[in-house]
Design a protein around this ligand. Structure first.
Ligand code: COA
Length: 441
């Protein structure tokens, strides 16, 4: 078959597979397990068509595995769907957070890095459903902004259904799916979901400045989710030869690439390339990815592997937290028992950065929450709080009042260092608590 015949064949296959979201949702039966990947890889219209189909046909026990939800999903809002079409969140944002708290959805405890192998080992995937960019002349669809768990899901799923959206950028180095692997497709050219521009307040700017002072030229960076990691990114514009190897690619990284602070030239692997496992933010990000050979969106079990991270000298990771106790146990996932988020890659980046020659891991946050009424540095974690990064892994903790080095330090020194960067309004009561706990010797 010559090239022109192949192109004609792929176009014919495309037409044969083309249906509507409702028609494709109609294939789902009771007890089916559907999986989708993170953020823009989610085929929002199909998931809501499945919800409608489940209700109309009276189906039961359909499961939807999903991480970092970006669309409003019926399954997370409609109590009538409970036990009929249930979401299992592997990393929560807005919709899942509320649904889990309201008893409308389940949660999968996991490290992000393990998600591909967990799907492979433990989940009987009937359908992998994904949003992709348009088919190229060779019959391939790019998974666009997502490396993540898609490769594993493409291998494991019995059936693959895709939503084709011409607005999704075509990544040159992300997983690809071929038309011959697909069981059904529909077109839905919706505008891409963009994150609102992060509000970076004075506290975050101060924290960003403190961390930026410690970051040497030539360092490779991971910046996590939230205003503080964004503020660090923006404070690095005067640096040189920085590299990016990160879980989520964000807007502050676009700025660092555009101003020339990031050129990835000092990275010993993927030299000259930006590496992430997914990208999510503004249209600027999506435009940067499109057809860009300097951008690699790779599977999370590779990108977040601490051994891969540690191969970069001077690797610096910056992540946020909800609270930290005197031991340095970091909670980034819940407020007491109230579900907020997932483990993501925080621990892997803490471990990778601390194993990198010259590497550093910063967990950074404003010293207080709730309008200054609550200290985020606590004698003990709030009952029910989930430990994301353990006391044995933690490295630096940062607030607007300074930087506390915990790694390699005994408990008494950790408590003193943490109290010194707590908000002054809370230092006396924290000191009193530390004495009462017999920690300050
Ligand atoms: N007590 C009570 N409430 C608290 C609190 C505390 N100690 N700390 C924070 N909060 C509240 C905030 O006031 C805010 O409430 P609001 O939504 O009503 O405004 C909410 O909890 C979220 O806190 P905030 O500090 O604004 O969150 P963020 O957007 O900076 O994100 C994490 C912080 C920890 C949730 C986020 O980084 C995360 O999901 N991390 C886990 C995974 C991870 O680190 N991955 C890294 C690799 S990408």
């Amino acid at each position: 078959m010559n090239h022109l015949e192949a192109v004609r064949k792929y176009k014919k296959m495309y037409k044969q597979l083309l249906a509507t979201a409702d028609e494709l949702a109609g294939r789902i039966e009771s007890n089916d397990v559907l999986c989708c990947d993170i953020t823009l890889a989610q085929p929002g219209a199909l998931l809501n068509a499945v919800a409608k189909h489940v209700k109309e046909k009276g189906l039961t026990n359909v499961k939807q595995h999903i991480l970092l939800d970006v669309y409003p999903y019926e399954m997370y809002q409609d109590a009538e769907l409970l036990g009929k079409y249930t979401g299992v969140s592997w990393f929560s944002s807005g919709g899942a957070r509320k649904a889990v708290s309201n008893g409308l959805a389940d949660v999968m405890p996991c490290y992000y890095r393990d998600i591909p192998s967990l799907f492979t080992q433990y989940v009987d995937v009937d359908y992998f459903v994904a949003a992709v960019s348009p088919m190229d002349k060779h019959g391939y669809f790019s998974m666009s902004t997502v490396g993540s768990a898609s490769q594993a899901l493409l291998h494991k799923a019995k059936h693959i259904i895709v939503e084709v959206n011409k607005n999704l950028p075509r990544a040159l180095n992300s997983p690809m799916v071929h038309i011959s692997q697909i069981d059904g497709l529909y077109e839905n050219h919706v505008p891409l979901v963009c994150l609102p521009k992060a509000e970076i307040d004075e506290t975050s700017k101060t924290i960003g400045g403190l961390i930026a002072e410690r970051i040497p030229d030539g360092a490779t960076l991971q910046l996590g989710i939230g205003a503080v990691p964004d503020a660090v990114g923006l404070a690095l514009k005067h640096k040189h030869d920085l590299g990016i190897h990160t879980e989520m690619f964000t807007d502050s990284m676009v700025e660092l690439i555009e101003c020339g602070a990031v050129n990835n030239s000092k990275k010993p692997i993927h030299t000259g390339k930006t590496v992430a496992t997914f990208a999510f933010g503004s249209q600027r990000i999506y435009d940067l990815i499109d057809d860009n050979p300097a951008f690699e969106l790779l599977p999370v079990d590779y990108v977040n592997d601490p051994a891969v991270i540690a191969q970069h000298p001077n690797f610096v990771s910056i992540n946020a937290a909800l609270e930290v106790d005197f031991y340095g146990q970091v909670c980034a996932e819940s407020i007491g028992t109230k579900h907020v988020s997932g483990s993501g890659g925080q621990v892997d980046y803490v471990r990778g950065a601390t194993q990198s020659p010259g590497g550093m891991s910063f967990i950074a946050f404003p010293s207080t929450a709730k309008g200054g009424t609550v200290s985020k540095i606590m004698p003990t974690l709030t009952p029910g709080a989930i430990v994301t990064t353990s006391k044995n892994d933690v490295d630096y903790i940062v607030t607007e009042f300074g930087i506390a080095k915990l790694r390699g330090k005994p408990l008494s020194e950790r408590a003193k260092a943490l109290i010194s960067i707590a908000h002054p309004n809370f230092r006396d009561e924290l000191t009193f608590a530390a004495k009462k706990q017999g920690i300050l010797i």
